[in-house]
Design a protein around this ligand. Structure first.
Ligand SMILES: *Cc1c(COP(=O)(O)O)cnc(C)c1O
Length: 356
């Protein structure tokens, strides 16, 4: 039976990527060596790294004023690296709190300077994206989480402001076109929509650097990683390789504009069923619904177990909701085909019939 993987992360990747990655482990490009044993300074990996950077540039149309880094430590390390590098000791930064990942970013930033939480939807269980707030123009940057993986909300428009936006795009990078010029820094852990766990993409504009007037450990210093071209120390070779293969797959799909259309179509099929099916109800405010993580509940909680059992029987894996929201969450990242979403919708319809 075909298993459809709705896991929030690490998450689904294209089958063709698994096959190429497996081949690379056995014999990289006919070199007789495995990707797992080659030097990160050898010609094979240098070519892979260059291609990965090139694909990022091409897919997101990144201008030359930006640097592209592949770092270790997860998106969570960016929670402190961004303020450490970009928030001056006597400065302030503005944060919007749209969920637990935002709150974690806020907690870390407070170690380095003044943090103004200018908007939050916490009191309402993070069910919506705050919209009417003023961004202080004296702040060093505005930090946003573009897609809230746990609650299933997403910024469909980024706020207008005249300071750079620092954005955690871990769970929706490469799912839609974005205007890079609005952002000073974009960061994303690979394991939601770009590749396997173990590497974090950081896209950083030159003018964000050198403003923090503090002593920064080398491994945490963006400038050091830029000067070393992500090779100040040994980079996560295999995760970079698999991310490159995934981005190459995305390019074959027609790039981010084409995948956005497919993502919209997939999300619509699922949200339409949630809205139609009398047993279910959506979690997120309709105008802020995420195209990546679809959160929903059964009106009768007692039915959760039997529904999860049916999902399992039908081959839909990883639909259990996050413990802080409950219910269900279907993560339908780029690599999830429409047929996977249709299988889940089929389970919801079959469940309705059984209960009726
Ligand atoms: C998963 C996730 C993170 C944490 O990523 P790690 O790589 O595990 O540190 C941060 N932000 C968002 C939006 C996420 O979805």
């Amino acid at each position: 039976m075909k298993i459809h993987n709705f896991s929030p992360g690490p998450s689904i990747l294209p089958q063709s990527v698994f096959e190429k990655a497996a081949q690379g482990v056995l014999d990289l490009n006919g070199s007789g060596l495995s990707i797992l044993e080659v030097s990160h300074r050898g010609k094979d990996f240098i070519a892979i790294h260059e291609q990965a950077k090139q694909l990022v540039k091409e897919l997101l149309q990144v201008p030359d004023t930006y640097h592209i880094l592949f770092l270790a430590g997860g998106a969570s390390s960016q929670f402190f690296m961004t303020p450490l590098n970009c928030l001056p000791q006597d400065g302030r930064a503005a944060y919007v709190d749209t969920g637990s990942w935002s709150s974690k970013a806020i907690k870390e930033a407070k170690r380095y300077g003044q943090v103004d939480v200018i908007a939050s939807s916490k009191a309402d269980g993070y069910k919506y994206i705050p919209k009417s707030f003023t961004v202080p123009s004296e702040a060093a940057y505005l930090h946003l989480t573009s897609n809230n993986t746990i609650y299933g909300t997403q910024f469909h428009q980024f706020p207008q402001c005249d300071i750079p936006i620092v954005c955690d795009m871990s769970s929706d990078i490469f799912s839609r076109p974005v205007d890079i010029n609005r952002f000073g820094i974009i960061y994303a852990g690979a394991q939601k929509n770009m590749g396997p766990a173990g590497v974090t993409l950081v896209i950083i504009r030159e003018d964000m650097l050198g403003k923090a007037n503090r002593d920064i450990p080398s491994m945490l210093d963006y400038k050091v990683h830029i000067e070393g071209d992500s090779m100040y120390n040994t980079p996560p070779v295999f995760p970079i390789y698999v991310s490159m293969l995934t981005l190459d797959w995305l390019k074959d799909q027609g790039g981010v504009k084409s995948i956005e259309e497919i993502n919209q179509q997939k999300a619509k099929v699922l949200y339409d069923e949630i809205d139609r099916n009398p047993l279910f109800i959506g979690v997120a405010a309709p105008e802020d619904r995420s195209l990546m993580n679809v959160t929903f509940l059964l009106k009768d909680q007692a039915l959760e177990k039997p529904f999860l059992e049916m999902c399992k029987q039908i081959g839909c894996d990883g639909v259990k909701g996050h413990r802080s929201v409950g219910g269900f969450r279907a993560s339908i990242y780029n690599a999830m085909p429409l047929e996977g979403v249709e299988a889940l919708v089929g389970a919801m319809q079959q469940f309705e019939k059984q209960m009726g």
